[in-house]
Write a protein of this length. Structure first.
Length: 556
């Protein structure tokens, strides 16, 4: 209905002006002023050399003529604001309109989480997994064919550091000794090895030299397709442990991935591309390395191939983009990362723009802040004092047990996901476990309970749902809020910002609570009509929570 009203106002404006010079956009005013409003007359008045209120009256008359009895009133307020109030029947109809399919027929690749094998998942991986899944859900709801993918470094210096420490733990290249590592502690064992290897690299010159040589050996495993040597067996076993650990965690939080892109698969493609473009002058030689001169584009220069001939992260990202394009021929690629690589990504994309500008146009890079402990403690997997992904879940479990005595996984996940998603993407997150699990206030469990409460009311009613023709004021307020849902989904999808859904669902639950506090349902003469409204309210709550990746239980 919103689009039809916008069209009616636009047609009225065009008729008055004689040309399409003002773009009409509706806003949602306070309920006392109507359901929609526009300031189109204020924009036009100067051009027409007329008083804004006179122009508004002309527009209002034409809009009312166009929409007829679908609107209860089209009025002019103040200096020239036009307020539009829908009829009750039209508002009830709008309550059931599904979100629009703006991405129908489009292929979208969403890439997020991106953990590195041989390292443990930290809270930032949990955050981007939750955000990326919700954005993917929004794009799917809008009709898009979404492919969720994940990129991680199974080669590189961090792998060499971990392998160096692992072989010291094993007493050499002894893959059989890996069976002594407990299955449930493999990820933590490798994380500890990474910290030990990093400390050795920074503090011991001899160890640093050994780690640099190990880095080359890891790359040779792929060049030689070596799966048989003792060193290779240690590497491949530990690499698989990492992917098993990732999969188990993603299954737990309900954020599955269609495909992993290991750096080892992307590096050769990126290296080939960079070497081809080096010959064409896009990249340049510098002290034995290959660089991209970002200074001439207002950026900075970065190394794409180091002096030892190994591809850097930059070249691996080049290969990743080429791989994703070859696999999906996407209409849009959405990449979600931490905000610390914004400038890095600008240089990588500017280099690719020189030879594949269409791919750059199809790319959207979203960034998020850090997940911090209360008090602002900064994480560092390099030092080993970071907040792990599982630590966040464990903190929520402990807080929920303290508050309710229960250990409900869907409530825990709802609490954590909502506490991340309710904040606008981009800012740092300070996770507060007690606040996240609260059944009062703006939390996931509060909304889950709101849904369970609505389902309980419906279960108690014996009335058959009945179409509503006229609405009482409290009913109208609830229906009006429900009818906003498609617009909120459209906005959240267009801007790729799930927090709009969170804000709306919280407001919706508050409107319903106010309605239910003052209006009986079961046993009321309007029970059948109100059952229809509550059923629709519960449906919207469940759908919105689903977009956030949160379960909507019928009982709590």
């Amino acid at each position: 209905m919103r689009q039809e009203i916008e069209q009616a106002v636009q047609s009225a404006v065009d008729a008055i002006v004689g040309a399409d010079i003002v773009y009409v956009e509706l806003t949602r005013p306070d309920e006392q002023f109507g359901d929609y409003a526009t300031n189109a007359a204020l924009q036009l008045a100067g051009t027409l050399h007329r008083k804004p209120r006179e122009v508004a009256e002309d527009i209002a008359t034409k809009v009312h003529e166009t929409l007829g009895d679908r609107v209860a009133e089209v009025s002019v307020a103040g200096p020239g604001f036009i307020n539009i109030t829908l009829s009750d029947s039209e508002l009830v109809t709008a309550m059931s309109v599904p979100p629009e399919q703006g991405w129908a027929g489009k292929t979208i690749v969403t890439e997020y989480s991106d953990p590195n094998p041989f390292k443990v998942l930290h809270a930032g991986h949990l955050y981007t997994s939750i955000v990326g899944d919700s954005i993917s859900n929004l794009l799917e709801r809008s009709g898009g064919m979404v492919h969720r993918v994940n990129f991680g470094g199974d080669v590189g210096l961090h792998v060499a550091k971990t392998m160096w420490a692992i072989m010291r733990e094993l007493g050499g290249e002894h893959p059989a000794k890996l069976s002594d590592v407990p299955e449930h502690g493999r990820s933590e064992w490798m994380a500890a090895a990474y910290v030990a290897g990093t400390n050795a690299y920074e503090d011991d010159a001899a160890a640093k030299t050994e780690i640099i040589e190990l880095n080359k050996r890891v790359y040779r495993l792929f060049a030689d397709d070596d799966h048989e040597s003792a060193f290779a067996q240690v590497y491949w076993t530990c690499r698989q442990w990492s992917y098993d650990y990732f999969n188990a965690f993603y299954d737990r939080i309900g954020t599955p991935f269609e495909k992993y892109y290991p750096e080892s698969e992307c590096a050769p493609i990126g290296l080939k591309t960079v070497q081809e473009q080096l010959a064409k002058g896009v990249y340049q030689k510098s002290d034995g390395a290959v660089v991209f001169d970002g200074e001439k584009y207002g950026l900075h220069t970065r190394v794409f191939v180091n002096s030892q001939g190994l591809p850097t992260y930059e070249t691996k990202d080049v290969g990743l983009i080429m791989r994703k394009w070859d696999d999906y021929h996407y209409d849009r690629s959405v990449v979600i990362t931490g905000s610390d690589i914004v400038e890095y990504m600008k240089v990588v994309m500017k280099s690719i723009e020189q030879y594949a500008p269409e791919l750059v146009k199809r790319q959207t890079h979203l960034t998020h802040g850090n997940v911090k402990l209360q008090g602002g403690v900064k994480m560092s997997s390099r030092k080993g004092n970071f907040l792990r992904a599982v630590d966040v879940l464990d903190a929520a479990v402990a807080a929920n047990k303290a508050a309710t005595g229960r250990d409900d996984e869907q409530v825990i996940l709802g609490a954590v996901k909502y506490s991340f998603l309710k904040q606008r993407l981009g800012a740092d997150i300070i996770f507060l476990p007690e606040e996240s699990v609260s059944l009062e206030g703006n939390s996931g469990p509060y909304l889950q309970y709101a849904h369970a409460r609505a389902r309980s009311i419906l279960a108690k009613s014996k009335a058959k749902s009945q179409n509503v023709e006229t609405l009482e004021p409290a009913e109208r307020r609830l229906v009006r809020k429900i009818a906003e849902y498609p617009e909120v989904v459209r906005k959240a999808t267009a801007e790729l910002l799930p927090h709009y859904i969170c804000t709306y669902l919280y407001e919706l639950a508050q409107v319903f609570n106010s309605f239910y506090e003052h209006n009986r349902v079961v046993g009321d003469p309007r029970e059948a009509a109100r059952v229809q409204l509550i059923a629709r309210y519960a449906g919207v709550l469940k759908d919105g929570l689903g977009l956030l990746g949160i379960a909507a239980p019928d009982h709590m």
